[in-house]
Design a protein around this ligand. Sequence first.
Ligand SMILES: Nc1ncnc2c1ncn2[C@@H]1O[C@H](COP(=O)(O)OP(=O)(O)OP(=O)(O)O)[C@@H](O)[C@H]1O
Ligand SMILES: [Mg+2]
Length: 396
Amino acid sequence: MTDIDDIFERAATGKSLLKNRQTLTIDYVPEKLPFRDQESRTLAQSLSSVFKGTRPSNLLLFGKPGTGKTAVVKNIVEHLIAKAKERNIEVIVPIINAKTANTAYKVLYEIAETMGINREDKKVHFTGLSIGEATDRILQFIQKRNLHVIMVIDEIDSLVDKNGDNVLYSFTRANERMTKGGFISLIGISNSLTFKDKLDPRVRSSLSEEETVFNPYTVEQLRQILLERSKLAFNDGAISEAIINLCAAMSGREHGDARKAIDLLRIAAELAERDHSSSVDEKHVRAAQEKMEKDNNLEVIKNATTHTKFVILAITKSKNGNTGDVYEIYSALCKDAEETPLTQRRVTQIISELDQLGIVSTDVISQGRYGRSQKIKITVPINTVYEALGKDFIDR
Ligand SMILES: Nc1ncnc2c1ncn2[C@@H]1O[C@H](COP(=O)(O)OP(=O)(O)OP(=O)(O)O)[C@@H](O)[C@H]1O
Ligand SMILES: [Mg+2]
């Protein structure tokens, strides 16, 4: 039990690395968001019409993962609500995550919950209504009470992927029916830049009355974000600037994703604590990076379609890794499983998707006068692949 005692001892004597672990978790939204002043101001400007009693434009926010979209919106909404309270202005801002509330019905239910429909109007139950009826009830509620509603739908692409854009259509059109001063504005947040293409043109034009794009952070920006965050999170001397620079460089190299950068810092800190180290060192950062890559690869492979899994397995079984060989092995695996193989063209596409995800590499190899051929290789450690596919899948 000495380990355990150590942990307690260090916590009790204040010698733990972290003084505020919570500031490194995903739910934490810092009060200040450096490098997002302009985006924050644009959003605030747009929402400020509620103080004049007019409807803010519908708004779409785009940007790659971890670029601060959710954080900026939460921050501005908080300020908006505080100011509205101070001024005795009623504005309701449901913030719905369409990935968690993963059906149109759940999205509507959560909106209804935030607006208090279910509580106020106990006689009519929300449960059991069709999507259309549920939407109508929400809109009637807003209309009857002349409410000012700003509805934030985060990860809006997953709502549209699964349920189409009917619900969005109803919401964007609702204002035409509200003649007595109530309104509803929509803020959609998406990390897919092609999201708009999925929308019906009518929904597209009304949903994107205004648009803001969030760009990935540069390494230098990540460095400053991490530096600020580490002041909140770490005890003095527990992490050096050099280590923070390393974290920024490692996570900035590919994505400019602040979430990944902060995750890296947190996991490195956890590994250092487990090591009973008095500070976070380079080896902890490297191990944290490896762990994140592994977890990510596991996730990607586990969630792949069956055919993609067959392709991955075929690549691991192929001796020379050329396209023809991989396709042959893949087809044989399909036949064994009584599945119809996809075309070679589609399989080539899958391979290039896997290449982009960093699961496989495809090198073109010159074979002298015999021309050139492709060599496909798995870049993820083979044990990770096996772990992700599962024994049953491999031994089928
Ligand atoms: N400018 C910033 N300063 C400090 N922290 C930031 C900044 N931008 C983002 N973060 C932090 O990075 C993490 C990811 O940000 P956020 O959740 O807002 O990303 P996102 O753009 O919504 O990504 P996704 O598209 O994946 O939802 C959060 O922990 C957030 O607090
Ligand atoms: Mg987000």
